[in-house]
Design a protein around this ligand. Sequence first.
Ligand SMILES: [Zn+2]
Length: 332
Amino acid sequence: MHVHLREPGQTAKGDIAHETAAAKAGGFGTIVAMANTTPPTDTVERWLAMQERFARDAQVQVIQCACMTRERAGQEPVDAAALKAVGVIALSDDGSTPQDTGVMREVAYRAAEAGLLLIDHCEDPTSSRRGEIDFATRDLELARETGARFHLQHLSAAEAVEALRDAQKDGLPVSGEATPHHLAFTAEAVTRWGTNAKMAPPLREERDRQALLTAVADGTLAAIATDHAPHTAEEKALPFDQAPNGIIGLEAAFPVCYQLLVKSGLMTWEAFLDRLTAGPARILGIEVPSIQVELDLNADNLLNTNNFHSKSSNCPWDGYLGWGKVLSLKPF
Ligand SMILES: [Zn+2]
């Protein structure tokens, strides 16, 4: 549901060939690519150019989001109807949700009319807990007002999860996701991993982590999504406040989440598979091609980032003890 391929424009960090190889190795046959490419994927022309790149280099199926606003600048809504007409199914400004509610309202009305899903990153520029709660609440209210479908990306605060749960009880067309890293770590991980545990939203408290685990188990969060975000070693070597947000995760997701959610007894194997496959497909409103993933569920899995396929290795997963291995994925 949430991958950054970095192509075009940021290929020192990652590219379609490497990041989709990571997806395949991680067991993902279909991924959703964010639109914060350089230039941003905000027009029909740019979106179609991405399809050509995928046809050439992608090792798995890629669903490319288009931006919510032109240049991801948060001011002028994109032409949702024209994007829908060429095959776009979802809009996202990813790391920079429109801060102006009037703009977001206009985006939501257009998306509702075109039948597009809005995938939103509920945050203020400081990634504060308050900001996440406020923007999640704003989006849930806009879903009620406009009828637009909202999917809330990588929630991290217990209160935002609770707001989503309440909105779902009211029957609103809203969904949410959690990342493997917010399920696995709290802010303490930063003391060990430094900038390799720096992301937006940040790792929070144990009570938040527990709320996320519960919400994935009970289905409030119907998708596990990696927010796979490659950055170069040079960028991550910058002082903490200057280093970019984000970590890679496609190849850690399965063993980390299997261990945390199934091995722990928190949820059934069937429900867990749903959060990785049918859950995201339902949110997107798509049929995904049938694939065959061969797994070894009989052993623990000490992660070694040297074996990862991403172009970058920024993450706190090296040496993490997960459970289960993805052995192969067919028919890709
Ligand atoms: Zn992201």
